[in-house]
Each structure stands twice: as C-alpha cells, then as structure tokens.
Design a protein around this ligand. Structure first.
Ligand code: ZN
Length: 251
C-alpha cells in the first residue's frame, strides 16, 4: 500500500494557553505558547489537509484570546513552503468544527471537505459552554466553515478516504470528532488533533494511561476512544504541541 508523509504547519500561536484546557485538571494556572497546527498529508499524487487553522490576530483578539499570526504563519504561506498551492488541495478533513480547526476552509476552492454528520449537527447549536469554540449563532456569529458549506461531504462513522488514508471517529473532545489514520513507512500514524492536543495526553502520567482534554463533550466517550486508539495506531500527532515542530516531516 502507498506510504504517505505528514507535514505539520503552524498557522498561529496562542500566546498564553492554559495548560489544564489540554490536560484535564492537570497543570492548572500554567501558561505556555501553543501552536495551532494544520497537517498536510502528501502522497504520490494526492494532497490532503487535516484542519485549516484559525483566524488572524484581529479576529481572535475580539472573539477569542491572544493569538500571534505572523505573515509566514498564514496557512497558504505554510503550504507554499512545502510546495503546495491552494488549488492543489483536493481533500480537506475537519477533525472537528472548533474555529481554530476550520476557519480557512474557504481558501481552497477545489477541495471537498469531510466532516462527521454528528459534528455538523452539534456545531449549529452547541451547549452554552461550547458556543464560543464553534462561533455559533448563540454568540452572534456565523461559523466560518459555512462559507464553504456547499463543498462539504458528510460522513457517518469510520470511512476509507483513499487507499492508505482512513477517517476514524474519536468522540470525546467533541461529539463528532474524527482522526485521520495514515499509512506511513513507520506504521500507522494517527493525526489526532485536539483529541490528543499534546503528546502528554497520549503518554499519560502516574494516575492515568492517557489524559483527556480539559475541553470535552463526553468523558465516557473519551475513555472508549482511548481504547480504540490503542488498537489502531502506532504513533499520534497532536493538535497544539510545540514539540511537533522538532521534526519537519513525519514519520
Ligand atoms: Zn478543539
């Protein structure tokens, strides 16, 4: 089967991310600079984006919190550096519809966008504690992913995207969360995004084998997702860990 490479691209940085938002009740009050990561999966003749990053600094300052996005962190600039133009992207996978993972879907005119049905249902009317993450109507906004609504392909459950690349449901962080399982020269890599925002989530600690995100919809689903992940992947790639950039390309 074809082997793919996975390229992390930094599309911005939260300047003072709260650690316990990523690791459930661990590291409360600890702040760190946290990248917003988009991944580009490259094969012989296919380019797949997993997530499309967040907004610019001005939008984030009004609606979210402190973000740095220098010109070289623009998603199209990051892609250009690895030889990919916007028009080359045929497939986008949104792991979930939080604003910092789907804000730039509209920049890729030729892409089909894959989202889980459950995630779309939830995104249009989330619980009050999740409205800002989804930029939903309850906080007076229209989610940015809707600008490319007509190019969305809705999927339900695990789904073979192309040979060697599979969508797998990983509910917990959000109800319709999906990861992307990729065949590589070092086994099955799972782009886990916010399901495992940091490597530490997967590595665990003395108390837990794996640590759920502090931001979640269902902890019960989360622990079932951990069991599923243990069976299906050889390594994971997280959504917000600065250590991801110790390596330019995976595996
Ligand atoms: Zn998220």
């Amino acid at each position: 089967m074809e082997e793919f490479t996975i390229h992390p691209i930094k599309t911005g940085e939260f300047l003072a991310a709260e650690k316990s938002n990523f690791t459930y009740q661990q590291g409360c009050g600890e702040k760190f600079v946290s990248p917003i990561i988009m991944y580009c999966i490259k094969g012989r003749d296919k380019v797949i984006l997993v997530d499309t990053g967040g907004s610019d600094e001005a939008w984030a300052a009004i609606h979210h919190h402190g973000l740095r996005r220098t010109p070289d962190m623009h998603p199209l600039e990051g892609l250009r550096k690895i030889g990919v133009e916007a028009k080359d992207v045929e497939i986008i996978v949104n792991t979930h519809l939080h604003w910092d993972h789907c804000f730039n879907n509209e920049l890729f005119p030729n892409a089909r966008i894959y989202v889980q049905k459950r995630e779309m249902e939830y995104a249009v009317h989330p619980l009050p504690v999740h409205c800002v993450y989804y930029e939903s109507h309850q906080v007076g906004l229209t989610p940015r992913w809707m600008r490319a609504y007509h190019r969305i392909t809705v999927v339900e459950g695990d789904h073979d995207l192309i040979p060697g690349v599979k969508l797998v449901t990983l509910p917990g962080h959000t109800p319709g969360f999906q990861g992307v399982l990729v065949n590589t020269s070092r086994g099955r890599g799972l782009v886990a995004s916010d399901c495992q925002a940091l490597f530490e989530n997967w590595e665990g600690n003395a108390q837990y084998d794996h640590i759920p995100s502090g931001i979640h919809y269902s902890l019960e689903d989360y622990f079932a997702t951990f069991k599923k992940m243990e069976k299906i992947c050889d390594f994971i790639l997280p959504g917000h860990d600065p250590k991801v950039f110790d390596q330019e390309v995976y595996p």
